[in-house]
Structure formats: C-alpha cells, structure tokens
Design a protein around this ligand. Structure first.
Ligand code: FES
Ligand SMILES: [Fe+2]
Length: 347
C-alpha cells in the first residue's frame, strides 16, 4: 500500500502512553514500540529487534531503554544499541527510531524522512487542549477493519447520518443541506448548511429550550491524510453563527494496514461545559452509535471491497461526494509528488 510518509500521524492519545509501559502499535504496516523516557518525553522505535526480530514491545523497559527479552540487547529511544551482554555495542546494531512529538493531547509520529519532521506541520487542534475536562472526552473508537480513506469518507459525507443514524445524529438535515467547499493550502473546509429546520434529535435532547426552527451547519476541516476537525452547530433560524450551540470534535484516522485503521476521536462542546455527567453521557452515546452503526457498516463495506483499490471498482459519484473525492484526489497527488521526489533523489 502506498502511504504518505512525510507527514504526522497520531499514534496514540497522550494518556495512552503510560510511564513505565511499552505500547505496541502497527502504523502504516510498520510495527512500532512507543514508550516514555524517565523525563516523560516520548520515544518510538521499530518494534522488531535487529538480532532475531523479537518484538521489543515484549521486552523490558529499563529506565530510558528497552531490553530485548530474547538475548538481552538493549536499545534507547534514539534506536541505538546501548547494551550487548555478548560483546561490544556497535553503531551498526541500531534499530530505526521514529520522530515523535506531543501536541493537542496526542502523540504524533513521523514515518518518513526524520530530518523533515517539523512539529510546526502538525495540524492545529489546539481547541482540544483548551477544553475543560468536563467538556472533553477522547478515545480510540477502533483499531480494526476498514481502510482509513473509507473512514475519512464517512466524515466527509455526513449525509450518511440521515440513514445510518436517523434517530440521533441524523434527522434529514444533512441530505437537504447545501454543501460549500473552501480550498486552502494544506487543508480544505467543507460546510453543510441547512436552513429553517427542527434541531437534530440528539442535540435537542441535550440542550434546553432550543427553538423549534433552527439553522444548522456542519463544517469539516480536512488535513491530509486523515485528520479532521468537525464543528456541528445550530442557531435559531436566521441568527448568526457566532451564537451557535456547537460540538467541536476531532476524527483522526491513522492507517494501521491497508485494511485496518486506528480511529481516534475527541469531543468538545460550548454548552453546559461544566456538566461532568453530561460529558460522560455524550461520550457513551457516541461510542454506542459508532460501535452499533458506523463500525458494522464499514466492516461490511470492507468485506465487499475485499482489499481492491477504490477507483478500480468504478464507484458511482453523487452530489454528496464532493468533499470525499477532493480528499482522495489531494492525497493521491501528495503521495505521487512524494514518490516522484524520492525517485528523483535516488536517480
Ligand atoms: S532477538 Fe533481540 S537480542 Fe536476540
Ligand atoms: Fe456515522
């Protein structure tokens, strides 16, 4: 599978990389072992010992290094072999290390050329760090079946909510909505506007005294390859967006393999922000909707696609596909440019 390499991927939420433990993850088909050094900084190294390929995540974390459980070689967070019980430690015994950076409550990893790993390229999700604990939840919705671009499609085409989630997130608004796309350097925004409609059922149950007629908007900012910020807001019909009651969520897709995805999700909101009980309830509802509605559908889609390339299956294109097709084309172009650059450098 061709992936975009020179970009940041979320490897885990920060709280999932627990001091004293090693987290094993497959990212872009590569096994990776993540851990924290004793000063708390993150490290990520290739999760196969260069001797006989034992997973280093099955090894022992000794301070700032991992000792392989098979024959005792130890590696630090830079990938260097720092202990060899059988002889000298040589530079050639190093394993690969991946640049990692913590930002917006997440651990980001760079799978491409290490000297191009600039933290300034991490998408701006600073609203996640700014949210109060009682208006924030995060988790990994899944690590499992489905190509990451199929999961990206699922967010870039919210008309699915009207059919897959009719009683909660849907309600008909997204099918009727007018779609607008704004291109920018490095990302694009797609917004669906629906005017003069009843509020969506889930939000209506959470927010007191909503008017019967509202304008709603859902806006997704897509950053390649699969980081999305989704703002879903409603205002009394005719009112300005600045008074919107809104949920501001993150949907982040990191390829595990060609047919499996790490789906990281985070939720914030601007109403009842001090209500911890509501916070729990929203988090549980989202998990349930995903687990019982999105996840089974994407598993079925993945089974039907059977690992075939998307365009080779000649999907029909509808008016609802504008944003998802744009994301696929932009990503394809980025991957092609990256590969052309690598080929030129090799030549
Ligand atoms: S496999 Fe790790 S030291 Fe031999
Ligand atoms: Fe969904």
């Amino acid at each position: 599978m061709n992936y975009l390499l020179n970009t940041w991927y979320v490897a885990a939420w920060s709280h999932d990389v627990v001091p004293g433990a090693i987290l094993a993850r497959t990212i872009l088909d590569q096994p990776v072992a993540l851990f924290r050094r004793t000063d708390g900084t993150l490290a990520a190294i290739h999760d196969a010992c260069p001797h006989r390929f034992a997973p280093l995540s099955a090894g022992i974390l000794q301070g700032d290094r991992i000792a392989c459980r098979y024959h005792g070689l130890a590696f630090d967070g830079s990938g260097a072999c720092v202990f060899n019980p059988h002889g000298p430690t040589l530079r050639s015994m190093a394993t690969r290390a991946y640049p990692v950076h913590e930002a917006h409550r997440a651990a980001w990893i760079w799978m491409g050329e290490p000297d191009r790993a600039d933290p300034a390229l991490i998408p701006d999700l600073s609203y996640l760090s700014e949210a109060p604990e009682t208006a924030f939840s995060s988790g990994e919705l899944l690590s499992g079946p489905g190509n990451y671009e199929v999961f990206v499609d699922n967010i870039l085409d919210l008309s699915h909510t009207d059919y897959l989630h009719p009683d909660t997130l849907g309600g008909g608004a997204n099918t009727k909505a007018k779609q607008e796309i704004t291109e920018s350097d490095g990302f694009f925004d797609v917004t669906w506007y629906a005017r003069d409609i009843p509020p969506p059922p889930l939000l209506a149950s959470l927010v007191d005294s909503l008017p019967e007629r509202t304008d709603s908007f859902s806006r997704v900012r897509w950053f390649a390859p699969g980081v999305m910020k989704l703002v879903a807001g409603i205002v009394p019909a005719g009112a300005d967006e600045s008074v919107a009651v809104s949920n501001v969520n993150a949907h982040i897709m990191t390829p595990e393999t060609a047919r499996a995805t790490h789906y990281f999700f985070a939720a914030t909101r601007n109403y009842r922000t001090g209500d911890a009980e509501l916070n729990e309830r929203i988090a549980a509802t989202r998990k349930r909707i995903f687990a019982t509605e999105d996840k089974p559908m994407i598993e079925l889609v993945d089974a039907r696609m059977g690992g075939r390339e998307f365009w080779s299956m000649r999907p029909i294109l509808l008016s609802i596909d504008g944003a998802s097709v744009r994301a696929r084309r932009r990503l394809q172009a980025l991957i092609a440019a990256e590969q052309a650059g690598t080929a030129a450098a090799a030549a």
